[in-house]
Design a protein around this ligand. Structure first.
Ligand code: PGA
Length: 249
């Protein structure tokens, strides 16, 4: 059985003080078992947030990283630096990095490689834009984004998480329906079974992201192939994020 994983992606929000306050409230209220709970604050608050949740069951996460180990890469953050701050998981390929910051798939692929090779839990984000959905290209887009991952280099399914985040659902208040989410999650699991094998696919967790909130979390997470959520807006308030985490426990 897959333990659900509910992660908060704070994006470029909070101040140092509000990040610490939110982190403490999450650490205090997070279910101690039955679900993995994580929070990904901005890089500059990772250290403070890590200290605020120390000793709790909450995982510290990063929203991004760079694939090189060290050197002349101005502005970038390595996996070693993240591990130095007790980071457990790292996102790659979030829609805002792909479409707003224009990060190409080749770079996303190198980052995903580095996250896994560094021993962290990889949360690899995939998802189609509305025009791609309307053109019946959802599966093609998602398959291409899954192809950024190399099965030969990633054998521990407990450290590979896919976040299905339809771009049209992110931050719009318009979540995928339970059936729409399940359809793509099922496709993702089948694709992973072909790329890796059936056992690996059965163990991999597939989060849903895109306007998940307390009111829709249970319905989405009750779907057979939905193993948690990646939460943006609703993760910035402890009570709504904790309600979602409880819905997954
Ligand atoms: P949202 O963001 O919950 O605000 O839609 C989800 C995400 O981008 O991870």
């Amino acid at each position: 059985m897959r333990t659900k994983f509910v992660a908060g992606n704070w994006k470029m929000n909070t101040t140092k003080a509000s990040a610490i306050e939110l982190a403490k409230a999450v650490a205090k209220g997070a279910p101690a078992s039955g679900v993995n709970v994580g929070i990904a604050p901005p890089f500059v608050y990772l250290d403070a947030v890590g200290q605020a949740i120390a000793g709790s069951a909450v995982w510290l996460g990063a929203q991004d990283c760079y694939f090189e180990k060290n050197g002349a890469f101005t502005g970038e953050i390595s996996i070693e630096m993240l591990k130095d701050l007790s980071v457990r998981f790292c996102l790659t390929g979030h829609s805002e990095r792909r479409h707003v910051i224009k990060e190409p798939g080749e770079l996303v692929a190198k980052k995903a490689d580095a996250v896994y090779a560094g021993g962290l839990v990889l949360v690899h984000c995939v998802g189609e834009k509305i025009e791609e959905r309307d053109a019946n290209k959802t599966f093609d887009v998602v398959r291409a984004q899954l192809d950024e991952l190399q099965p030969s280099k990633m054998q521990d399914a407990s450290r590979v998480v896919i976040a299905y985040e339809p771009v049209w659902a992110i931050g719009t208040g318009r979540n995928a329906t339970d059936a729409q989410a399940q359809e793509v999650h099922h496709f993702i699991r089948e694709t992973i079974a072909k790329k890796w094998n059936a056992d690996f696919a059965a163990a991999v967790r597939i989060q849903y992201g895109g306007s998940m909130k307390p009111e829709n979390a249970k319905g989405l997470m009750d779907q057979a192939d939905v193993d948690g959520g990646l939460i943006g807006g609703a993760s910035l308030k402890a009570d709504s994020f904790l309600a979602i985490a409880k819905a997954g426990s």
